[in-house]
Design a protein around this ligand. Structure first.
Ligand SMILES: [Zn+2]
Length: 465
């Protein structure tokens, strides 16, 4: 059974399921106002790996991730671009899924959007006001956190110590600086919805609590996100559920961030790389390898060196696929057992499989699990080198199945280039020769959107899957 670190208790303990054989998980999704960056890529890969592994062990996973399609950033961006909020949100959501598809992440089964849940959110806010756990001010409705049992659970601090550390705010209408907005009254020209407190929009923390409980029900198994979401976002989601008398998530999982030169990478620091940029520079699978090589709670460093290293490791896996005929096997397994949770294909070495599961069950020790796969690669070659092709094939098969359980596919050869892609390559070379770099970039984006990795070589544009 999977043992996982739980932020709420600060301990590693078994992921005990509400319903036998089924895992319900909610992961906080994007606010869509800009290109996804590599921090988002890590977040999605982390939960994709968890989901695939749970499926591999025979569990049925219900994965929900939201899209925040109304918020201050979107409003600001729309004003900047002279477009509507809905238009901006739709465009950047499309960019988001393009990148996540390219990374090989399975899409969540449910993708609720904030704007589809306004009525339910108004109802929850009204309920909390009626219970006298929330109050109205001139600019909105706030939850009074001192009415919430155990506030500070995820921050791992008491209410008193949080209050001492809280910033003194200009908003004098709030009863405590920790109280947070459930509803924001609309300012002139902002998108708004009707409510008992006048036109406005819901606060961000209200969205996830309403959508997760609606789609997964009370006491769902796992709630996840990046470390930076622990407090205040997840704390405040939980606070609303508790105030409303509901059982919320039973387990909290948070992953580490991406670092650039040992500083956290973030949009606000301006030191971020977008996913399309990264995917144009390396094999998308290399980023998955890089993520797998670190424990999910540790930071990862994304540099040209760490990426090149990951590509080298990937080369060893692909080398296995070239020597042993695993292509047929991957066609059978890739996607099939992963999505449906069917037990793995036969012919897998039982000892290696058990060792793999022991590592993964230990708080998702992906570095250990991956190392085990590479030991199999070495052993497969050694067996074949001394003439034992059958043993080599068996070990190669095992390595391929276990890699697929982490979402890593092996490739024996590059796929054939279709006519349209070949045309785009030729057009890009022509644009580069003519010095039209804007057009060359646009053509590169088109190729990336078609699933290619694009490289500039001495002889022109080179593409591979
Ligand atoms: Zn959330």
């Amino acid at each position: 059974m999977l043992h996982l670190y739980d932020t709420a208790t600060g301990t590693v303990h078994p992921l005990e399921l509400r319903n036998e054989g089924e895992v319900s998980m909610y992961v906080c999704g994007p606010t869509v106002y800009d290109m996804p960056h590599i921090g988002h890529g890590r977040a999605n890969l982390t939960f994709d790996i968890l989901r695939r592994y749970l499926s591999f062990t025979g569990l049925k996973v219900h994965h929900v991730a939201n899209v925040t399609d109304v918020d201050d950033n979107i409003i600001e961006r729309a004003a900047e671009l002279g477009r509507t909020e809905a238009d901006v949100a739709a465009e950047f959501e499309a960019r988001w899924w393009e990148s996540m598809d390219a990374l090989g992440d399975l899409r969540p089964q449910d993708i609720p959007h904030a704007t589809q849940y306004i009525e339910d959110m108004v109802a929850l806010v009204g309920q909390l006001v009626a219970m006298e756990k929330a109050y109205e001010t001139p600019d909105g409705v706030y939850l009074e956190v001192s009415t919430v049992e155990g506030y500070g659970l995820l921050a791992q601090q008491s209410l008193e110590s949080l209050q001492t550390g809280a910033r003194v705010e200009a908003n004098e209408d709030k009863r405590s600086p920790l109280d947070f907005a459930l509803w924001k009254k609309a300012k002139e020209g902002e998108p708004s919805w009707e409510s008992p407190w006048g036109p406005g929009r819901p606060g961000w923390h209200t969205e996830c609590v309403v959508m997760s409980l609606d789609l997964l029900g009370e006491g769902f198994d796992l709630h996840g996100g990046g470390q930076d979401l622990k407090f205040p976002h997840h704390e405040n989601e939980r606070a609303q559920a508790v105030a409303d008398g509901k059982v919320f998530a039973r387990h909290w999982m948070h992953h580490g961030w991406v670092e650039v030169g040992s500083t956290k990478m973030s949009k606000s620091l301006g030191n971020f790389t977008t996913l399309p940029d990264l995917l144009a520079r390396c094999d998308a699978r290399a980023y998955r390898v890089l993520v797998l090589r670190a424990h999910y709670r540790s930071p990862i460093e994304v540099t040209p060196e760490t990426l090149a290293d990951a590509e080298k490791a990937l080369g060893r896996l692909d080398g296995l696929a070239r020597r042993f005929d695993v292509a047929e096997l991957l066609a059978e397994t890739d996607g099939a057992f992963v999505v449906e949770g069917t037990p793995p294909a036969t012919g897998v070495d039982p000892g290696a499989s058990a060792a793999f599961r022991a590592r993964m069950d230990d708080d998702l020790d992906t570095p250990g699990a991956l190392a085990g796969i590479f030991e199999l690669v070495t052993a497969a070659h050694s067996a074949a080198d001394v003439g034992d092709e059958d043993e080599g094939g068996r070990l190669a098969h095992t390595a391929a199945v276990l890699a697929a359980a982490l979402g890593l596919s092996l490739r024996a050869a590059d796929v054939e280039v279709d006519e349209e892609s070949a045309r785009l390559v030729a057009a890009r070379d022509e644009a580069r020769r003519a010095g039209d770099y804007a057009r060359a970039d646009a053509l590169r984006d088109e190729l990336v959107a078609r699933g290619w990795t694009v490289e500039d070589t001495a002889s022109g544009t080179a593409i591979r899957r």
